[in-house]
Design a protein around this ligand. Structure first.
Ligand code: AMP
Length: 300
């Protein structure tokens, strides 16, 4: 397994593979890998084939974190990640530094307004923005988040040159936006969305679960319990969304340290909210458990 941190070296490798007719499977991550990430790696291997190449990127992308979010605290353990990738049969781990990705600083403020006083005239100043699907849910709660995600994923696609890229259903809105961006900007990449891996008690695996100390870990299962409760509530007939939202908010906030950020019910593909929740409606939610913000989703 090779560890590559230069963009030029990664592109050179990818072009070599392309010339040799090898398919490239790609899994972008922020590291602190868990079994959910590794299931995406297995999917990428399946899609690339035995003769193909699998690349995992490990990059905690600063531009997708808000100013008050956990960028500096985000868990990191590259040594352990590399060991897991090696065992999973990854060919290349791409771990660029911030200067490599965003020379002379990030674009986090620059894209908002060019006459922002802190606008830096040098260096990085281009962003990719999806305009419709990014407005709701995570986009409403974290206004600059998806701009950071689409920008870094577009850059990574141009660096890794994948034939297929695998994303997790855990971040349903993100995967939907990436599919839209890929189609809109004509990236020659097939996007695969792989199922959410869960702990035995239903908690969706996440690098942020590391923050859940003591009793918070048990309380965190309330996201999964809310999805299950929604499935139960609509098992016989459809329910107005506001009624189900109120019921689930009560369930969630019956946990002493849980605070609901949002629950939405929507069409799986378009993300358009529905007024009545029924079989196959998609549900997504974000909940603060202590200081940790967790998200989950599922088709009902
Ligand atoms: P992250 O490192 O959190 O940015 O996640 C990298 C990729 O792994 C994203 O496509 C996530 O959707 C995916 N992922 C995160 N958690 C899970 C999980 N529990 N099951 C499946 N995929 C996941």
């Amino acid at each position: 397994m090779r560890i590559v941190s230069s963009i030029a070296a990664m592109q050179r490798l990818a072009k070599q593979w392309q010339r040799a007719g090898q398919r490239i499977g790609f899994v972008p991550t922020m590291g602190y890998l868990h079994a959910g990430h590794l299931s995406l790696v297995r999917e990428a291997r399946k899609r690339a084939g035995r003769a193909g190449r699998v690349v995992v990127s490990i990059y905690v992308n600063p531009t997708q974190f808000g100013p008050k979010e956990d960028f500096s605290k985000y868990p990191r353990d590259l040594k352990r990640d590399l060991k897991l990738c090696r065992a999973a049969g990854v060919d290349v781990v791409f771990t660029p530094g911030n200067n490599e990705m965003y020379p002379d600083g990030t674009c986090s403020r620059r894209c908002e307004s060019a006459d922002e006083p802190r606008f830096d005239k040098r260096g990085y100043s281009t962003c990719v923005v999806e305009e419709r699907l990014s407005q709701s849910m995570e986009g409403a709660s974290r206004p600059t988040h998806f701009r950071g995600v689409t920008t870094v994923v577009a850059k990574l696609f141009n660096i890794v040159l994948p034939d297929v890229a695998v994303f997790g259903a855990k971040d349903w809105q993100q995967a939907t936006i990436i599919k839209r961006m890929t189609a809109d900007l004509n990236f020659p990449v097939k996007i695969i969305v792989a199922p959410t891996l869960r702990e035995a008690d239903g908690l969706a695996m996440s690098s942020r679960n590391k923050y859940l100390a003591g009793n918070l870990r048990r309380q965190a299962t309330v996201l999964w319990r809310a999805i299950q409760a929604a499935r139960f509530a609509i098992r016989k007939f459809p329910v107005p969304q506001h009624r189900l939202k109120a019921q689930l908010k009560r369930l969630i906030e019956s946990e002493p340290n849980a605070k609901l950020d949002y629950i939405e019910f929507f069409n799986s593909e378009t993300l358009v909210p529905v007024s009545t929740v029924r079989f196959r409606t998609h549900m997504a939610l974000a909940v603060f458990v202590g200081k940790t913000r967790l998200i989950d989703n599922g088709r009902l």
